[in-house]
Design a protein around this ligand. Sequence first.
Ligand SMILES: C[S@@+](CC[C@H](N)C(=O)[O-])C[C@H]1O[C@@H](n2cnc3c(N)ncnc32)[C@H](O)[C@@H]1O
Length: 391
Amino acid sequence: MRIHRPLAEACLPLLDSVFDRNEVLDRVMGQAFRENRKWGKRDRHFVAESVWEVVRWKRVFSFLADTEDPAGWLAAFWQQSGYECPEWWQWEGATLEEMAERRAALGEQPRAVRESYPDWLDTRAEEEIGDSWSSIASALNRKAPVFLRVNRAESGRAEVREWLNEQGVGCSEVAEAPDALKLDDSLPRALFQDPRFEIQDGGSQLIAPFLDIQPGMRVIDACAGAGGKTLHLASLMQGKGEIVALDVSQRRLDELWRRAKRAGLRNLKVEKWSDMGLSKWTGWADRVLIDAPCSGLGTIRRQPDLKWRLDEKGLGKVIRVQRRLLDHYPELLRAGGSFVYATCSVLPSENETQIGNLLERDGRWETEASRAVHPGEHDFDGFFMARLRAR
Ligand SMILES: C[S@@+](CC[C@H](N)C(=O)[O-])C[C@H]1O[C@@H](n2cnc3c(N)ncnc32)[C@H](O)[C@@H]1O
């Protein structure tokens, strides 16, 4: 396959944004597409594939091309993927012939190079997870399918599946998540706003039902963000009861409002978190969901740039925030209520250890159930969830 010069050249500034300026890959790509509306479907596919795969496999391409020059990483990716690397493409490092020879030595490289992770993260994950880190590390490098969650208030899963099939979007029902559809094709942009479904990973769809809510309950979604789980909770409550959505980020809560309006939710209050305001909800809720801020390591398939943005200091900070949330938000429960703590991380220090430490420092709680979804299990992202109630 031949490569067009303007498209090849467009990849370099996008890689600079991710690696030199720590920008979020998804946003960088979105902006590039908005600025280059003349790119056709194949052009967009070429640029997105080149940039995403180089971000995902940076250390492999850096080894093959023997360079830290992103132009060399792209050359290595194109060679590996059957593109004709053009003679006008310049980079520092190994030639194409040398890259082909170096490939034979890739298998002898340490796992952090073969699976393309920063050394600190590979070491830390192995210390925490043990032997299964190897299979998790490789599962997190596979491409992730798109899942939809059908909004029960609007339609049934079988109806949405049939309708999508008629629109030319192949999809199938997922046995492990009762509202989930897994797509075989990408979702056309025009369907993104359809109120009958939301885009949500299948593993993420297990969290709201884990809260064991009944219609009519009072539920607090303590880290509601842009409302992925809030909307799911509302759908399970069938319009009966009350939901309070809290978050520290007004920007995310504004997005939550927009989505809630689209889904026609009425029994919802949205509040920006504040120390002062929290006391009014003390002892109020039947259920509290703490969908805690976390490293996001369970979702690296969908955001491979995360592995290069995260560092030990950032991880330590997020672990301290999780501990604080576990000390405060359960206070919002009425006697007999229960809460779920959830993350999209695979690290025990953000998951089992947080729960173990809470049980040690506060004898009021006991674990009712907990579940870790390993990345790649049922093709889902990685998640952890634990439900606790007062003894
Ligand atoms: C994993 S995200 C939540 C995702 C969201 N529940 C969803 O399903 O789309 C974690 C959220 O916690 C929020 N957060 C961080 N510190 C917080 C705090 N002290 N209280 C409430 N929310 C907080 C972040 O702004 C972020 O939106």
